[in-house]
Design a protein around this ligand. Structure first.
Ligand code: BES
Ligand code: MN
Ligand code: ZN
Length: 497
């Protein structure tokens, strides 16, 4: 979808016009401009509240109008919701091309418009690769604002007019690039598990490396063995597709900051010998959402040419039961010398992540940020709107929380109390991977911290946010969300400033 800024609203005949109705907006002015809308809007008692919507086929004007309750004119949460509603209505009405016409004086600051643009894109997405009948997607949206003259007489507002749709074409293109990468990530996570394996992920990383001139290392069995990456080798042992560690590097000509990203890449999590019960296995193709997200971040960072060195590490394996499967009671020795007793083969994520974190830490980045669909408990704690943030470094933590607010990919900080460490200690090894008795998201975070070395480290548990079992009020489509891409791109953009 292309979103294009127009300096005035002259929609061609028959084109659909979407009008956000803000709280406290001068509706009389709107009725003067579009008399046909007054009666139906009055009947619906439209006041600009989120959730209000009016679909009006006007014979007089020969076009479809959508009036959408848009809440507060500067409110980012409201922008996310009305964009979601507007796109759902456009798709339901099979509109290919629409104008969004701002008749309120605003001002609409860049943050507001960026949020709006993001959510227009996000809500145009559907995963329909396996459907014969595909829904018509929106192809083009024109953003237009009422002419300055209309607000004349109010000097303050007239002065602010130029800034009302303050989002220039370059910024729009940049957002489009990021959202394209979000879409690619969603496709990858939604793709069926028969087609997503460590091999196919290696191919996807290679494609990115080729497209964007990134460095790529692909470690398969031999390198994994040589480097003692025994978490990956154990978890991946039962699969017919061997595990891998992929390392993608983006190094601009000049940079002052360097960041390592790590993303969990379990291409299917059956639980291993501790097999998951039927319905909790259903969404486990999405257990590689962390790896897909860091890939998306790399593509976006390269396209935006950010002056930050970024290394993305993705440990990849399939967690299945089978003749060669690793077993409860096994003890794994990691490359940093620590030993881990396997209490439950379904706590596999932290094992492959431990390997990747050791490799990441050896490269001495300034900080390590890791994304994983790690625990069911974070879904219980935070639901599908907030990912859990676990980080002991205050600066890194506040940078991430700031990026979360700006991007709308929300984080909630969780504690990493040292006194909980005793519950991850094993009687027969240094650590155990499960049977922690309560606080399992936190203790998983503590477990990971044991492998991240000394650099500032953030663990983000995206088990609740990466894959939706039903649409929410900001995302009309269920399934993969691409969570983490917009968040981390924002974080890296802020870091580059
Ligand atoms: N991939 C799952 C976590 C998960 C659950 C992701 C629900 C998305 C939705 C992870 O590998 C897992 O199985 N975790 C277990 C750990 C337990 C056995 C200690 C869990 O959280 O139940
Ligand atoms: Mn698991
Ligand atoms: Zn898992």
């Amino acid at each position: 979808m292309k979103i294009i800024r127009k300096s005035s609203c002259r929609p061609e005949p028959h084109a659909c016009v979407v009008i956000p109705v803000f709280k406290g907006m001068d509706l009389a002015g709107l009725w003067r401009e579009f008399p046909a809308l007054e009666f139906p809007a009055r009947q619906k008692q439209m006041k600009g509240k989120i959730g209000e919507a009016l679909v009006c086929h006007s014979l007089q004007e020969q076009r479809l109008f959508l009036l959408v309750g848009a809440g507060g004119a500067g409110s980012l949460p409201d922008a996310r919701q009305w964009a979601c509603r507007a796109m759902a209505l456009l798709r339901e009405n099979r509109v290919g091309k629409a104008w969004i016409y701002f008749t309120a004086p605003g001002p609409f600051p860049p943050d507001y418009l960026r949020t709006l643009v993001d959510h227009l894109h996000l809500n145009n997405y559907r995963f329909e690769r396996y459907r014969k009948k595909k829904q018509k997607a929106v192809e083009r949206i024109f953003l237009a604002a009422k002419a300055a003259a209309a607000f004349a007489g109010d000097a303050r507002r007239t002065g602010a007019f130029r800034k009302r749709l303050a989002l220039d074409a370059t910024e729009l293109r940049a957002r489009e690039a990021v959202l394209e990468e979000v879409e690619r990530v969603r496709d990858l996570v939604n793709e069926i598990p028969a087609r997503v394996t460590p091999d196919s992920m290696a191919a996807a990383f290679a494609e990115s490396a080729r497209c964007h001139g990134l460095g790529l290392e692909t470690w398969r069995r031999q390198q994994l063995e040589e480097n003692g990456l025994n978490g990956l080798l154990a978890v991946g042992a039962s699969s017919c597709c061997e595990p891998a560690l992929l390392v993608l590097t983006y190094q601009p000509a000049s940079f002052r900051r360097s960041v390592a990203l790590v993303g969990k890449g379990i291409t299917f999590d059956a639980g291993g010998l501790n097999l998951k019960p039927g319905n909790s296995m259903e969404e486990m193709k999405s257990d590689m959402a962390g790896a897909a997200a860091v890939l998306g971040v790399m593509n976006a960072v390269a396209r935006l040419k950010l002056p930050v060195r970024v290394t993305a590490l993705a440990p990849l394996a399939e967690n299945l039961p089978g003749r060669r499967a690793y077993k409860p009671g096994d003890i794994i020795t990691f490359a940093n010398g620590k030993t881990v007793e396997i209490a439950n083969t379904d706590a596999e994520g932290r094992l492959i992540l431990a390997d990747a974190l050791i490799v990441a830490a050896r490269r001495k980045p300034e900080m390590i940020i890791e994304l994983s669909t790690l625990t069911g408990a974070i879904v219980t704690a935070l639901g599908d709107s907030y990912a859990g943030l676990f980080c002991r470094n205050r600066r890194l933590c506040s940078g991430l929380l700031q990026a979360a607010e700006t991007s709308g990919e929300f984080l909630w900080e969780m504690p990493l109390p040292p006194e909980y460490r005793e519950s991850i200690v094993s009687k027969v090894a240094d650590l155990k991977n499960a049977n922690y008795n309560g606080g399992s998201s936190i203790k998983a975070g503590l477990f990971l911290s044991e492998f991240a070395g000394k650099a500032p480290f953030a663990h983000i548990d995206i088990a609740g946010t990466a894959f939706l079992s039903k649409p929410n009020s900001r995302l009309a489509a269920e399934g993969a969300t691409g969570f983490g891409v917009r968040l981390l791109v924002q974080f890296l953009q802020d870091l580059a400033k």
